[in-house]
Each structure stands twice: as structure tokens, then as C-alpha cells.
Design a protein around this ligand. Sequence first.
Ligand code: CO
Length: 155
Amino acid sequence: MLRWGGGLLLLAARVASADPCKILIESNDVMRFNMREMSVPATCSEVEVTLKHTGQLSAKAMGHDWVLAKDSDVSAIVNAALAVGAAHSYLPESDRRIIAATKIVGGGESTTVKFSTSALVRGNHYAFFCTSPGHASLMRGKFLFGEGDRIAKTD
Ligand code: CO
């Protein structure tokens, strides 16, 4: 009981000290993000996502980006990214299905995107993923908007 209580206190302290509207996500040389799920409270009017590539490989060999879209739009965006190719950094420009996207980074680099949450609807299913060719099957996770609030309330 004591250990459990202490753990909760520690967790509460950590949550209080970090800005929940700013998220750091890492990627690496073996085609992975370091999280499968990210959660943003509905109270965030803007979200800032920083993608860090902790590997050594170049952007050409193992470049990653962080793209946010509705879960149901991911396949179409990945195909569109493949179609525009390396010349357009595997990102279809002015594609309205893309809610937010960073540029592609290689090992040792970081990139940040800031976006408004006005396009997000609570309860909708969103996904983040990488549009480098073949990456999205491994580099894809859930993006929860306003879902964490509900989880917090049940604690
Ligand atoms: Co990638």
C-alpha cells in the first residue's frame, strides 16, 4: 500500500512539472519511435511535438518524420508520400488530410512542429506515423486527444 501510494505521488509530481502540450518523441536507426501512443489533453489549444533522431544513420538512409492524421487516412497518405518521392521529402504538400507534419531528420538531428488542436475532435481516432518508404508499418502509433483526461479522472 505504501509503495503504491508513493508511486502515485511521484507520478503526480512528474505530470505537474511537465507541459502536457509539449511532447518529445524519439526515433532511431532500427526504424522505431520510442512510444506507441501519445496523449494530449483537450485543454491544449496548441501542441508542440519534437522529433529527435537518436541514431547515427543519415536522413537518406534512415530518415524519419512525424506526421499526424486521422487513423483512416494513414494508408492513403503513405501512398501519396511514396508517389511524391524523395524530391518532396516523402510528404505530399498541401494534402488536407495531414493535420501536422515535421520535416525528415537523420541521426543526431531534431525537428519541431507546432500546430493548433482546432482541427482535432475528441473521441476521433488519430495516428502518428513516419512517411519514409516502408516505415509506417513499424513507425505508427495512436494519438489520443482528450482521452487522457478521462483516464486521469478515474485515478
Ligand atoms: Co521512419
